[in-house]
Every structure is written in structure tokens, then in C-alpha cells.
Write a protein that binds this ligand. Structure first.
Ligand SMILES: [Zn+2]
Length: 82
């Protein structure tokens, strides 16, 4: 992806702080745009469409070792303790 200079329209390499063509400050123009596009794409989606797997639900008396085993098997980053 390239970074459009807001002053002259020149396409700079991503991460450039000033425009290679005119020297205008590019700082901060790329990151907010990417974040906005990301949020905009997800905000309209149904949760089902994201392919989120069923949560792993454990009780408070489940041992930590067992929870870790289940997270490995389910490739989960977290569990629900109910
Ligand atoms: Zn420029």
C-alpha cells in the first residue's frame, strides 16, 4: 500500500514521514485511515459471518492444566469461566 500526499497527491512509500515530492508532513495520515477502514468493514458484519468458533466454557473449579489443554485442542486464545 502507498501513502498519498495530501498536498500534491504524490504516492509515497508507506511509513514515509514527509512527501518525497514536495516535502509536506505525512505523519499520522496513514494510520487513522487504516484503522477507520478496518472498523468500517467489521461494523456492518454479523458475528456469525466472522466465523468465530464456539467458546470454551469451564467452571471455576477446573484446573489450570486442564484449561490449557482445552485451549490447545480448541486453538482458543481465551475461555469463559462460568
Ligand atoms: Zn507532496
Amino acid at each position: 500500500m502507498q501513502l498519498h500526499c495530501p498536498a500534491c497527491g504524490y504516492e509515497n512509500l508507506t511509513g514515509a514521514e514527509v512527501c518525497d515530492n514536495c516535502g509536506a508532513d505525512l505523519g499520522g495520515h496513514d494510520v487513522p485511515q487504516q484503522a477507520g477502514a478496518f472498523r468500517g468493514r467489521l461494523m456492518g458484519a454479523q458475528l456469525d459471518a466472522l466465523g468465530i468458533p464456539e467458546p470454551i466454557i469451564v467452571s471455576p473449579d477446573t484446573s489450570v492444566a486442564e484449561v490449557i489443554d482445552r485451549m490447545h485442542v480448541g486453538e482458543a486464545d481465551s475461555v469463559l469461566v462460568v
